[in-house]
Design a protein around this ligand. Structure first.
Ligand code: FAD
Length: 405
């Protein structure tokens, strides 16, 4: 009947509450979240929801009735400000306290800001929360000019959605290619070309010096070479930083996020950290990583819930991720650590292909565009860690089933 307190009512926190009940936990569960909303999915905020193809209700992980029926006590618009590990109490900004036997930190990450002049002008936005998404959507529309600073997945997705909404879009990226940190050059070139063909402009290897404003509202982006690109709205999508302050102040081990083990447990046996805020081991690659993805949030929510109820943890999963842009479905499995060979299978020009990353004859990662079999079989092969028939892989006439055989 342990009393479980979860701080952070996002994808990981909300899912942890659900897995605890699913695994038979009967004790009290308190879910503290500083947003006013029930736990919701963030991925559609840059995709279907932004384009008007999904309702706000459809974003919720569970309906309000589920929390009442499952006796999950919600403290929405409630911010945890301190953890007292000696007395096992979480302090909220309201002055309320919540005692715990087990504590799950699921505080996620926040959008990184650009420390440049004009960054606080109205119309310079980030996209992390539903409230951010409302602001962004209200600023987009026919003939609005959007400048996206940062050519990562969120930036590309928002540019694609903006084009569908009739806005002009420019992607400004510091590196020489988009997706430079997260994808291989084949994919970078493909996505840039696909966007460019749909009217998105690019400024690559660009140094943004300031946002210019008029009457307190952003009016343009200024580059280090003095050029100014006019815009009505600017989205800063330059990555996220973990919300690990609570853990740091409580003396928990933190590196790139809160350091946890394979059960999502911190150095304090009673405290777990899951989702975007955690720095976790990835046994498959013998590394530690901080992953920002829904599948990771779910996997760690299962790990923490299983450890709390005392049942065996879930089998290790191959990390994966997806991104939707226009009619493209990108699915990525694995991480290309130490890969020494790349094999492109399929037809890049026809937007149906996969890039396989190999280390010797072992598959490390696959990036698949509109190619679900390559993604699914690739993901299985990565998990198996067995040598694969590399020659077969590069021949699209041989089915993925036969490649795996
Ligand atoms: P979050 O969902 O961020 O939840 C953390 C919650 O904790 C937040 O509500 C935060 O406000 C709250 N909190 C923080 N500190 C406190 C405190 N002290 N007290 C109380 N509450 C607190 N992933 C994919 O796999 N595929 C995608 O296509 C994809 N697209 C994305 C698109 C966008 C626009 C964004 C923003 C993210 C996307 N992601 C995607 C990433 C995915 O949404 C995250 O990995 C996931 O939400 C992580 O869940 P989390 O619970 O760890 O963090």
């Amino acid at each position: 009947n342990a009393r479980v307190v979860i701080v952070g009512a996002g994808h990981a926190g909300g899912s942890a509450a659900a897995f605890l009940r699913q695994y038979g936990h009967t004790g009290p569960i308190v879910l503290i979240g500083d947003e006013p909303l029930l736990p919701y999915q963030r991925p559609p905020l840059s995709k279907a929801w932004l384009k008007g193809e999904a309702t706000a209700d459809s974003l919720a992980l569970k309906p309000a009735s589920w929390y009442a029926e499952n006796q999950v006590s919600l403290r929405l618009s409630g911010q945890a400000v301190r953890i007292d590990r000696t007395t096992q109490v979480v302090h909220l900004a309201s002055g309320e306290t919540c005692a715990y036997d087990a504590l799950i930190l699921a505080t996620g990450a926040r959008a990184r800001k650009l420390p440049i002049p004009g960054a606080d002008l109205a119309g310079v936005m980030a996209l992390r929360t539903a409230a951010d998404a409302e602001d962004l959507k209200a600023a987009l529309g026919p003939d609005k000019r959007l400048a996206v600073v940062g050519g990562g997945y969120v930036g590309l997705e928002v540019a694609a959605s903006a084009r569908v909404l009739g806005s002009h879009a420019m992607i400004i990226e510091r590196e020489a290619r988009v997706l430079a940190r997260v994808a291989c050059p084949v994919l970078s070139t493909f996505f840039q070309d696909y966007h460019a063909a749909r009217g998105v402009a690019f400024e690559l290897a660009a140094a943004v010096e300031a946002f210019e404003g008029r009457d307190g509202h952003v009016s343009g982006v200024r580059f280090a070479d003095g050029r100014v690109v006019a815009c009505d709205v600017a989205l800063v999508g330059v990555g996220a930083i973990p919300n690990d302050e609570l853990a740091r102040e409580a003396g928990l081990d933190c590196a790139n996020g809160v350091v946890v083990d394979a059960e999502a447990r911190t150095i304090d046996r009673r405290i777990f950290a899951i989702g975007d805020v955690s720095d976790r081991p990835l046994p498959l690659y013998d590394r530690r990583v901080r992953l920002e993805s829904v599948p990771n949030a779910l996997e760690q929510a299962k790990q923490a819930a299983a450890a709390i109820v005392g049942r065996p943890g879930p089998a290790p999963e191959v990390p994966w991720f997806w991104s939707d842009q226009y009619d493209l479905k990108l699915q990525i499995a694995g991480l290309p650590f130490d890969a020494d060979q790349i094999i492109v299978r399929g037809d890049v020009a026809a937007a149906k292909f996969a890039v396989f990353h190999l280390k010797g004859d072992c598959l490390q990662a696959v990036e698949a565009v509109n190619a679900p079999p390559e993604f699914m079989v690739g993901k299985q092969l990565i998990g198996k860690r067995t040598p694969i028939a590399v020659a077969k892989l590069s021949n699209p006439a041989i089915s993925m089933k036969d490649v795996a055989a």
